[in-house]
Design a protein around this ligand. Structure first.
Ligand SMILES: [Zn+2]
Length: 213
């Protein structure tokens, strides 16, 4: 806890003063972020850091393995779905980016059998089962479960699957059809710091160019 409070004290001394006016106007006028990022809880992939975003710029939702569940009206406590509906329906974000990453623990667990029949019924088990169709697609493509190549392919396939699930939300579908919203996929390489963007047509991921790097 000490390191958290020390971090807060650094924030108050060095960070907050440089954004004082931004915080004040955000407090007075509310937020109007242009983009929602759906990322993984993993401590190594902070969207605010990767996109160098200041206060008010990104509406961030992080969950295990950056998954979007299918649209459902079953009365359950759907936190991710609620955030999506709020971002699209109330904030009117123009972009939703689903961002996966290398060495994703949730994806590794799925590859090892979590989320498939005969599991322990834990929340993580139920949650990761969202991406079982992506696992099946990855194995059908010839990848061998347990390999690094399979993990990377599954991380990327799960992003594609989440984008498909996003299109199942009526508010998302309407906003996309009216040209008010665009959906994107990205995959972050923790070791190199490289961000790869998903090509909608092919489903492949290409590194984003960084001029003057
Ligand atoms: Zn992850």
């Amino acid at each position: 806890m000490d390191s958290l409070l020390e971090g807060y004290q650094r924030f108050r001394r060095a960070v907050y003063p440089s954004h004082r006016e931004t915080y004040r106007s955000l407090a007075a006028e509310g937020q109007s972020p242009r983009a929602m990022v759906i990322g993984c809880c993993d401590s190594r992939v902070d969207p605010g850091a990767i996109f160098d975003a200041g206060p008010g710029e990104l509406f961030v939702l992080r969950n295990v393995a950056n998954l979007v569940p299918p649209f459902a009206t079953d009365g359950g406590h759907h936190g991710t779905s609620a955030a999506i509906e709020f971002a699209v329906g109330t904030l009117g974000v123009a972009h939703i980016l689903v961002m996966g990453h290398t060495s994703c623990g949730g994806i590794r667990a799925l590859m090892s059998g979590l989320g498939r029949a005969g599991g322990d019924g834990s929340h993580i088990e139920t949650w990761m089962s969202i991406a079982v169709p992506a696992l099946e697609k990855t194995l059908q493509a010839g990848h061998q479960a347990g390999t690094d190549a399979c993990a990377a392919a599954l991380e990327q396939a799960a992003i594609g699957h989440s984008l498909e699930n996003l299109k199942g939300f009526p508010s998302v579908r309407a906003a996309v059809a009216e040209g008010r919203l665009r959906l994107h996929g990205a995959w972050f390489d923790i070791e190199s710091g490289a961000l790869h963007l998903r090509d909608d047509a092919s489903g492949s991921f290409q590194p984003v160019a960084v001029p003057d790097e």
